[in-house]
Design a protein around this ligand. Sequence first.
Ligand code: F6R
Length: 614
Amino acid sequence: MVRKAGFGMCGIVGITGNENAVDILLNGLQRLEYRGYDSAGIYVNSQDGKEYLVKEKGRIDDLRKEIGEDVHGSSGIGHTRWATHGVPSKENAHPHVSADGRFFLVHNGVIGNFAELKATYLQDVKFASDTDTEVIVQLIAKFAKEENLATKEAFKKVISLIDESSSYSFLLMDNREPETLYVAKNKSPLLIGVGKGFNVVCSDAIAMLDQTHDFIELVDGEIVIVKPQSVTIEDAQGNIINRKPFHVDTDASEAEKGAYPYYMLKEIDEQPTVMRSLIKHYTTDDGSVIIDDALLDSMKKADRLYIVAAGTSYHAGLVGKEIFEGLAKVPTEVHVASEFGYNPPILSEKPFFIFLTQSGETADSRQVLAQVNKWGYESLTITNVENSTLSREATFTLLLYAGPEIAVASTKAYTGQIALEAILAKRLGEEKDVSAATSFNVARELTTVANGMQELVDEKGQYEQIAANALATTRNAFYIGRAIDYDVAQEAALKLKEVSYVQTEGFASGELKHGTIALIEEGTPVIAIITCAKTAKHTRSNTQEVLARGANVINIVSRNLAEDGDQIILPDVHSLLTPLLAIVPCQLLAYYTSLQRGYDVDKPRNLAKSVTVE
Ligand code: F6R
């Protein structure tokens, strides 16, 4: 298995049957920009014998300039590339073209056995790039020519030679059939968007919401032939499959930045709205919680919950453990998805799995879910993306209704996940007659949270100032806390490091003195989170230890625990929900530090939004 920690997902778009193909492809690629990429390209065919292949290293705007006014077509394919095989360059950008100039291909994913395929079949072919993708398009051309195969047959034959470890979504064009798009996927997301007199293909619905809201999901192993008036899906055995489109409600404008300079700021500001939207979707006016009975029955039977997630979602899981144990009294374990396979826990007799995932596409989490399905256990995916892979493959899904999260650094999905865990734990605890749950009015508590968040985001100036004083030029930083505050410290540290590149640790404050305190120097920023009444005194004494060694201490404290000199005061909320407020100043500190250091906060280096490669 090819392993690429931290590599992300490229973007794919395609269209047939619209004279504006160039604009539609470019606008679609622009909507996928946030996922991170280093080069882009399109191939368009005008159906009157003219075709254009334009690729560029850098941004879509650079590609747009390169394309200019003269390029036009009514069908085409486009791609944003995130380098895996071969450096970021014009040559390695997609679409790739076969040596005979007939076939054009874009590809997301990784072909595990590309080197073997190249050595076995393509010794005599001159390659124009270093990519695994070019091997595939050259092979299609070879089989089409030498074995006189129709395009679909050549495509199928090549797919049959790709090894099990590979992941791909392919979008292929043959310039002898300029209206036809050939499509196939394995372990990599791809959708067909259905229009009137035209059809589109995309790796994420968001790319094509300007064209259609009706999408057909594809199953691994299918071959799909897309023409302006038809979409034909064949399964691996060649049977024709009829599958109805699903409707995506998201408004294309929700994915726009509007007046905001960056998506990250917009998404931080949207958090009060996300709280209110969750209350609206999951509770009634009288405060009762609406959760599907089948899900509750399944969770009620469980003797232990296993939360599996990655990155920020994993951190939301850490808080979830406190919430499920506090409100529903059910033992809960939290696991990093990428570690689960190597170090699986000894499962309880009746486990229930919860996958937390903003995107619903994270490969590490998908692998664990596949294993859980093999074991035959039931599972729930909590996600922001309807119809995402993890949603489809789990027994149950709960949606965050947070609107698209575009900035690479996750903010509103984190708070949305925690709030939804609280809603679910309340309902589960109620079923089990746990008094902590019956007396917990989740709608009211989350309303208080929403109001508190609003107060915090309305005071941006102070975070900008603290970032300028303490973080803008520092080499490293610490977030510390105990108990639930330690959970937040870990997420706060991830936020700061991923967008500002300041080496930051999230630390259990009592653990500092066991070694790490050696890193504290004159001026080292140490940000203490103090919202937990039980541990407040102890965390404060840890701040004294680092103060004595010259640290620049900044306290983020709940109002009821505040003391003179504390810099950031949080409105009071229920003790299990304090992370929802404590994280907000930390997100804003990360945001301002990134800007002050001169970085593109929405697209941090080396990162991508959905990590669909293991
Ligand atoms: C950090 C961040 C990542 C994701 C992680 C999992 O800001 O966004 O750590 O949380 O890659 O992604 P999802 O939640 O989509 O499974």
